[in-house]
Design a protein around this ligand. Structure first.
Ligand code: NAD
Ligand code: DAU
Length: 350
């Protein structure tokens, strides 16, 4: 019997992790703790929110007292920590928001767990979900492994690197049992349309410009979000304590090639003329500090835990496009209001 606190469970990846755990482990109680920022949306969990092993707590991880109450009320046994500010462009506009949530919020959570579990730390696990961006940028060749030195370039990746270091330090100093995974770019249903793939799907639907940063030759390694959730399940149950696992898609794409593929698939699905959506591509001013290439070497999780992506990129992307076309209400709900202000501000001067 476990009472697992999943933070950030109303966000993109968190909602897939919550859904997987609620459905797969009826004997676990899953407590989703989320502040419901612009990126958190309980609509993402409509299909599981009536389950008897699921509870939601609207709490900000900056509120240490509230965290303590949640640990006590639900007798939390383990944590899977995903809550974060996650968008690089926003971190360039407001770095401090990232320091607060990603660094201070994570330390608050570590402190709460350490205190609450102090009678027997060996029975509990603090799982910290992190990103490949902590390793910085690659050139044309090479891969990030678990031993690659940290070299973060954006306020977002610096804040995530800092949180990873705090998790490691709590394991060394206080003997908290921890595990960290660093994953590449996710895509799939419920992805907030400020990130490349969902933003461009939304803009293609609405025949709006597709703003490609710089020369468009930046490379990312894409992983279907449900495969990330499966990897998190494996690492949580079978990962070595106080170890790190890299998770990636073995699937590198230059942005412009990915955008052209997306345009082609969307034209087919929307019954538009061949090449119609490509005409929306607009090159704009580059993102400052833009990392040239990410690529994960996921050999360790593959050999130790037997994980590999279960779907090809073509399958995952097709499923994703279909999901967005069938869930236009969701898109409309999340793109109204505050998001509109951010979008106009972010792209108007570039
Ligand atoms: P997201 O932005 O979609 O969701 C973040 C969630 O955290 C939201 O539900 C939000 O309401 C919540 N949150 C934010 N600040 C909070 C606070 N102060 N207190 C409580 N809740 C708060 O993010 P995501 O893309 O699902 O990423 C989840 C985690 O995975 C993050 O830690 C991110 O760094 C990491 N990650 C993401 C990717 C990716 O491609 N999206 C890849 C690797 C790692
Ligand atoms: O690598 C993992 C990371 O992937 C996660 O830790 C982050 O939370 C997640 O946001 C993502 O970061 P990126 O910066 O790689 O993702 P984003 O979707 O913002 O951008 C992907 C690429 O597309 C990047 O090279 C920038 C480019 N881009 C992005 C946007 C939003 C554009 O060219 N135009 C755009 O409008």
């Amino acid at each position: 019997m476990k009472n697992i606190l999943i933070t950030g469970g109303a966000g993109f990846i968190g909602s897939h992790v919550v859904r997987l755990f609620v459905n797969k482990y009826p004997n676990y109680n899953i407590i989703n703790l989320d502040a419901l920022t612009y990126a958190g949306n309980l609509e993402n969990l409509k299909d599981v929110d009536q389950s008897s092993n699921y509870k939601f707590e609207k709490v900000n991880i900056l509120d240490a007292d509230h965290l303590k109450t949640v640990f006590q009320e639900h007798q939390i046994t383990d944590v899977i920590h995903l809550a974060a500010e996650s968008h690089v462009d926003r971190s360039i506009l407001s770095p401090l928001d990232f320091v607060y949530t990603n660094v201070i919020g994570t330390v608050n959570l570590l402190n709460t767990a350490k205190e609450f579990w102090k009678d027997d730390l060996s029975k509990h696990l603090f799982y910290h979900v992190s990103t490949d961006e902590v390793y910085g940028a690659l050139g044309e060749t090479g891969f990030f492994t678990e031993t690659t030195a940290y070299s973060p370039n954006s306020p977002y990746s610096a804040s995530k690197a800092s949180s990873d270091h705090f998790v490691r330090a709590y394991a060394e100093t206080y003997h908290l049992q921890t595990v960290i995974s660093n994953c590449s770019n996710n895509y799939g249903p419920f992805h907030f349309p400020e990130k490349l793939i969902p933003l461009f799907i939304n803009n293609i639907i609405n025949k709006k410009p597709l703003p490609v940063y710089g020369d468009g030759l930046y490379t990312r390694d894409w992983l279907y979000v449900k495969d990330h959730a499966i990897a998190i399940d494996l690492v949580f149950h079978q990962g070595k304590v106080n170890d790190t696992y890299n998770i990636g898609g073995f699937n590198e794409w230059k942005n412009i090639d990915l955008v052209k593929l997306l345009c082609k698939l969307m034209d087919e699905k929307l019954g538009r003329n061949v090449g119609e959506s490509e005409q929306l591509i607009t090159y704009i001013k580059d993102r400052p500090g833009h990392d040239r290439r990410y690529a994960i070497d996921a050999t360790k999780i593959n050999t130790e835990l037997g994980w590999k992506p279960s779907v090809t990129f073509e399958q995952g992307l097709e499923e994703t496009i279909i999901w967005y076309l069938e869930n236009k209400d969701w898109l409309e709900h999340v793109t109204s209001g505050a998001y509109k202000g951010y979008y106009d501000n972010m792209y108007s001067n570039r």
